[in-house]
Design a protein around this ligand. Structure first.
Ligand code: PLP
Length: 422
């Protein structure tokens, strides 16, 4: 696409945008009664207006029906998750039965590692990426310790080459080959939260499987951002949260994927609870556990309906728009951001996110030489919310559902002004 660095061009793109009406469906934080330029949907997505109404409906139901809300004919709480699996499955490229919406992300990662990290004397190593999200790293370290291994020996980190910012697929795959029979699990964030790099899940999964290892992906930064293909990529499991690009509310309930081929394997170790029991006999309160079909059997507790209401209401927007439509706007919007940043033509700024559109989502991570948190504070003072990562990276994520070309243009003007005055 031929971009132009004029405000008129940005406005023209907004006029042509088939998703432009969606912006009005969200609540924006305000500064001096004007909406912030909010490019932080990679940390906490904005509130869809429908969520407030939907939560109020459930509150009213609780108030008027009490326990009967579980079996209320219209939208019974007892089946709340089942409906969500289908709609969530479309967002991540899975079959309904492979998806369950439950718990929170880090909790799910622990639960799924109970099933998919089953070390033996020979095969006990876990491969992760450098700059993995800290929570994922803590999960891996603590799981290793729990099984009696020292993370120093058993946690292997693959990083970028000297002088590079992102990982090379061939380096990940060759590390997997080297570890061979010792490798139990590969766990990678897709995209990486820091650089925004998207990985080739299918290739990594194939290499890991060829060497007898399991593969999991943390798609916290992928769900609602890029089209994912968890089923076809053949990964063993995946986890993601719903409060980033999926706009479901702070700390809201997360998603998990378990590949179809594992769903009938009742030998797989699993921490169970009554909500993973088959719905039809759950309330019979029998001693014997009868698993719910598919991924639903990984559920443990009765789900928090008020939080799930946010997930359901927000996902309906994704269902309506479709992830492919979102992606096509996202490619333009982020492409425009990149174009304008390059036009600044200042050696102090460098984009560490891959240049290739298929290797990134909407986020660009910008390294600003010699910057301090003062830059971030100045951006906020000028009506821009982005994300600051020590020592010198701002992560900028224009979300195609509610951000505009106009905002991208104005953001770059504000950034420029800050660079020149600092
Ligand atoms: C946001 C994020 C988390 C956060 O985990 P919670 O359990 O939701 O607090 C974990 N991992 C990655 C990769 C993330 O991006």
């Amino acid at each position: 696409m031929n971009f132009q660095s004029t405000y008129a061009f940005a406005k023209h793109c907004d006029d042509q945008d088939s998703l432009k009406e969606y912006r009005s469906k969200f609540n924006f934080p305000q500064k001096d009664s004007k909406p912030f330029i909010y490019f932080c949907g990679n940390s906490l997505g904005l509130q869809p207006k429908v969520v407030g109404e939907a939560v109020n409906d459930e509150l009213a139901k609780w108030s008027s029906l009490g326990i009967e809300g579980y079996f209320d004919d219209a939208n019974p709480w007892v089946d709340y998750n089942d409906d969500l699996s289908g709609i969530m499955a479309k967002v991540v490229g899975a079959k309904s039965k492979e998806v369950v919406v439950m718990n929170t992300l880090t909790v799910n990662l622990h639960f799924l590692m109970v099933s998919f990290f089953t070390p033996t004397a020979d095969r006990f190593k876990i491969l992760i990426e450098s700059d993995a999200f800290p929570s994922d790293r803590y999960v891996v370290e603590s799981q290793l310790k729990f099984h009696g291994y020292d993370p120093k020996d058993a946690m292997v980190i693959v990083g970028p080459r000297e002088g590079e910012d992102c990982l090379r697929l061939e380096d990940i795959n060759s590390r997997i080959k080297e570890l061979g029979d010792q490798l139990a699990l590969v766990l990678i964030g897709n995209p990486n939260y820091y650089t925004g790099q998207v990985h080739d899940m299918k290739s990594i999964a194939k290499t890991a499987h060829d060497h007898g290892a399991k593969v999991g992906f943390d798609c916290a930064h992928g769900a609602g951002n890029i089209p994912l293909d968890l089923h076809d990529a053949n990964v063993d499991f995946a986890v993601w949260c719903t409060y980033k690009y999926l706009n479901s509310g702070p700390g809201s309930i997360a998603g998990s994927f378990i590949h179809e081929r594992h769903l009938q394997n009742h030998e797989l170790p699993k921490f169970t609870g009554w909500w993973g029991h088959h719905r039809d006999t759950r309330f019979g309160m029998r001693d014997e556990f009868e698993p719910a079909p598919g991924a639903l059997s990984w559920q443990v507790s009765c789900p928090p309906i008020l939080a799930l209401t946010g997930v359901k209401a927000s996902l309906q927007i994704f269902e309506e728009v479709g992830i492919e439509t979102l992606r096509s706007k996202s490619l333009k919007l982020t492409g425009y951001l990149e174009y304008l940043l390059m036009e600044i033509n200042d050696d102090r700024i460098r984009i560490i996110t891959p240049k290739k559109p298929s290797s990134r989502g909407c986020q660009l991570s910008i390294k600003v030489a010699n910057a301090t948190k003062k830059l971030f504070d100045n951006l906020i003072a000028n009506g821009v919310i982005v994300d600051w990562r020590e020592p010198d990276v701002i992560r900028v994520a224009p979300a195609p559902l509610y951000n505009t070309f106009d905002e991208v243009f104005r953001f770059v003007e504000i950034l420029k002004a800050q660079l020149y005055c600092s």
